[in-house]
Every structure is written in C-alpha cells, then in structure tokens.
Design a protein around this ligand. Structure first.
Ligand code: PTJ
Length: 256
C-alpha cells in the first residue's frame, strides 16, 4: 500500500506497513504485531515524539555504551524490522519465540544491511534463572557483556541480566512495565527514534571522555522514570482540560 506523505500519521503508518511485511517474511511473529500495538498506544499518549526525559536517558545510554568494554545489543524480530542498528555494540539475535529458521532469517537481514558480525545462531551459554528460550545466548556476546541494550524486552530477562551484574539499557514505550522498572537505564521512547538518537549521541560523545563521565554521573534512573510518568500525566491533564474548555464554549454558544 502507498501511504501519502501528507498523512498526519505518516511515520506510524509506515512502521505498521514495515512490520506487516516483516511478518510475511517470517522475521516478526504475530505476537510482535500485538506488542507493537501496545507500544503505539503509549506513543500516542506521548504525542508520538521523543520526550525530554527520554532524550536524557538516550544520552546516558550512549555514554554507557561508549564506556563499556563489552557492549552488546540484543535484537529480536521487531527490532530487526524497525530499527537501524548503528549503535556502538556487538549485535546478538535473541528471540522470545525462538526458532532456528527465524534466527537464520534475521541474521541474514542484518548481514545484508552490512553488519560485520552478528551472533545468535550458535548459542553456547545460558542466562541463569530463565526458563524461556531467551536464556540461550553467546558466551562472547550477551553472557560476558558488561552493558546490554535490550529493546522491546520482557521483564524476566531484564531482571535476570541485572542480576548477572550487567548494566541493562531498555527501550520500552511503557514506563510502567517491569522492564522499564528493572533496567539500569530505561529509555521510554519508540525503538526507531531511540536507536537513532542513541547512535547520534554516541557519535557526538566519542572522543569526549569528560563529557561522557559527566553525563553518566548526572543521570538518575528513578528521577528520569518519574519524569516520564509526569509527562504522561501532564499530557492527559492538558487533553482533558482542552476538552472541558471546548464543551463549556459550546454550552455558552447554545445559551447565547
Ligand atoms: O521476536 P521475538 O520472538 O523475540 O518476540 C518479540 C516480542 C516483542 C513479541 C516479545 O519480546 C514480547 O512479547 O514482548 P512484550 O513482553 O510484549 O514486550 C514488548 C514491550 O515493548 C511492551 O511493553 C511494549 O509497550 C513495547 N513496545 C512495543 N512496540 C514498541 C515498544 N517500545 C518501543 N518502541 C516500539 N515500537
């Protein structure tokens, strides 16, 4: 389907089309389409744009990745379909609904996009305390990583990775999810925008260790997450006030 560029929700519709195509190609699972719907609902509430607290978290995420000795980004079906993976980290495909066929296809997509080395096909370690197939990982990838970027994660694994002593950067539009509450640096933003911003901040900070340290020292996860909650509350309040004002205006016109 051709989506007119003038459509007010053009970007969101393009993302839907991309995901639907990726589902037909066996990259994304149907559950991934449902998960995206939940993300979209939150994105709508955030005004479909990156909030100020999300930008702060994205900068901290870039700083943490630059500081890491073994940074890894964990890629699932939705992330492979939606995001450009130019962040400074090793890429490992790790799926909740894991089949070897899907892992192979996703690795192929990333290879074609020019990624140098993609892990995921021959896992040789397990994340302790996890029963799902998401526990399967590479010793040289997620298992030994000190910083792991986990976009669109389930809370169990985020928790298990934190328990392994890793710095966990999550990307999840739901600021109330267990993932957002457990991650060391929760980024509450759409995955496409978040990875684009993290990549840009990493480029800007590279070669500036002082500023990188300053950003990491200044970042406060609890305060940042609270700020994300406040953005939602403020937007809802403003919306209901505007509706109230419109109703009062209509009432006054009728009475006049
Ligand atoms: O490809 P697989 O097999 O690894 O499966 C991937 C999914 C996404 C199906 C799997 O990880 C899953 O079931 O995830 P959950 O537990 O539904 O969590 C997904 C979270 O991502 C939810 O909290 C959504 O709000 C959030 N989310 C969805 N779309 C986006 C998003 N966050 C940011 N950007 C999005 N586009």
């Amino acid at each position: 389907m051709r989506i007119p560029k003038t459509h007010p929700r053009y970007e969101s519709l393009v993302r839907r089309e991309t995901l639907a195509r990726a589902w037909k190609d066996g990259i994304v699972v149907p559950e991934g389409l449902i998960a995206h719907g939940r993300g979209e609902a939150f994105d709508y509430l955030f005004g479909e744009e990156t909030s100020a607290p999300a930008l702060v978290a994205e900068k901290a995420a870039a700083a943490a990745l630059l500081r890491a000795s073994r940074p890894v980004i964990s890629v699932n079906g939705n992330v492979a379909a939606l995001a450009a993976l130019d962040v400074p980290a090793t890429i490992e495909v790790n799926l909740f609904h894991r089949t070897e066929e899907r892992v192979r296809k996703i690795v192929q997509v990333l290879d074609r996009a020019g990624t140098v080395r993609v892990l995921g096909r021959r896992p040789d370690a397990r994340i302790p305390g996890l029963d799902s197939r998401r526990a399967l990982c590479h010793r040289e990838g997620i298992y030994k990583a000190d910083v792991v970027l986990v976009p669109l994660e389930d809370g169990d694994r985020a928790e298990a990775l934190v328990a392994m002593g890793k710095t966990v950067i999550s990307v999840d539009l739901n600021p109330m999810s267990r993932t957002s509450r457990r991650a060391s640096i929760p980024v509450v933003d759409d995955v496409t925008r978040a990875l684009r911003n993290i990549e840009r901040f990493a480029r800007e900070l590279r070669g500036d260790p002082e500023e990188t340290s300053r950003i990491l020292n200044a970042y406060r996860r609890v305060g940042n997450l609270r700020a994300a909650h406040s953005v939602l509350a403020w937007r809802l309040e403003r919306f209901s006030k505007r509706r109230g004002a419109r109703r009062r205006k209509r009432g006054a016109r009728k009475r006049a």
